[in-house]
Design a protein around this ligand. Structure first.
Ligand code: C2E
Ligand code: CA
Ligand code: CA
Ligand code: CA
Length: 279
């Protein structure tokens, strides 16, 4: 048994070394991808439940490497976060998103929003709010049209920097959203202090909502909470008309998901914006 244990140790150790090497390789490829312009944004539309009109988009990273291979964000974002590369990548996303949204016709009322994901690493940078202010100024995008999505767990950061950054962003007039709500270490006290404009209900509560009494109860509780605090309730990952109808019955404000629109390349998103701006 002892020998077997040792062999197992060797196996796991070799396996772990291989995994570490793969991460290092991915990290250096990602660094090159950022420098070489291999990163793109995809924009997923968001719609009001009441009128089903377009309210804005969420910017999501896409990476196709030089050989045409698509690497999903669920694979490279954790590597970017661990290595700190997310700070530079996130800055690129922010600037690109502001630039794109600033180009949309201003005629649409109310103006369309663009949401950008910010990782805890970015929020812990003392200069983050300044970078946001700079991205707004150089693009000309009004602050109220930019929404920063923060996961619940980022709010747990005890460091004063994160709290200060969030306060500074508020002062700029940027919208704040709490992402993946209900999946992290949420606390109602954090929600109250953070006071986001939008609560994004995680997809895990939305899937098959119409058949799941437990999920329906949770979603209703989140929507009720959001509304009583004056926040917008958005449901993520809506894939079917049945889910949409159930969300409408529960009073959800906004939806995002494959039912109403997948993440789109920039040109297709622009065409969608043009279509609603000039009906
Ligand atoms: P997220 O912020 O929760 O984004 C929503 C994810 O759900 C996206 O996956 C989106 O494509 C997917 N999705 C949207 N509608 C549906 C649906 O109806 N059904 C299903 N099954 N999925 C749907 P994606 O693009 O693969 O991104 C995964 C995660 O990677 C994001 O989750 C976010 O945490 C992270 N991410 C993506 N872009 C960025 C970024 O620019 N910065 C940071 N920090 N994280 C990012
Ligand atoms: Ca998000
Ligand atoms: Ca989410
Ligand atoms: Ca998520």
């Amino acid at each position: 048994a002892k020998a077997g244990g040792r062999n197992n140790f060797c196996f796991f150790s070799r396996h772990m070394t291989q995994q570490a090497n793969e991460r290092l390789l991915l990290e250096s490829q990602l660094r090159a991808a950022l420098a070489n312009g291999e990163l793109r944004l995809a924009l997923q539309p968001k719609y009001s439940v009441a009128a089903r009109h377009l309210t804005g988009f969420e910017a999501l990273l896409r990476w196709t490497d030089a050989t045409g291979r698509v690497i999903p964000p669920t694979r490279f974002i954790p590597v970017a976060e661990d290595s700190g590369l997310i700070v530079d990548i996130g800055l690129w996303v922010l600037r690109e998103a502001c630039h794109v949204a600033a180009g949309w016709p201003a005629a649409g009322k109310p103006a369309l929003t663009i949401a950008v994901n910010a990782s805890p690493r970015q929020l812990a940078q003392p200069g983050f709010a300044d970078e946001v202010a700079r991205a707004l100024a150089s693009s000309g995008l009004p602050a109220a049209q930019l929404e920063i999505e923060v996961t619940e767990n980022a709010l747990l950061e005890k460091t004063g920097v994160v709290q200060q950054t969030l306060a500074l962003l508020k002062k700029l007039g940027v919208r704040l959203a709490v992402d993946d709500f209900g999946t992290g270490y949420s606390s109602l006290a954090y929600l109250k202090n953070f006071a986001p404009d939008t609560v994004k209900i995680d997809r895990c509560f939305v899937t098959n909502l119409q058949h799941r009494q437990d999920n329906a109860a949770i979603v209703l509780a989140i929507i009720t909470l959001a509304k009583s605090l004056g926040m917008e309730a958005l449901a993520e990952g809506v894939e079917t008309e049945e889910e949409f109808a159930a969300l409408a019955a529960l009073g959800c404000d906004t939806v995002q998901g494959y039912l109403t629109g997948k993440p789109l390349p920039l040109d297709e998103a622009a065409a969608l914006v043009a279509a609603v701006s000039h009906p």
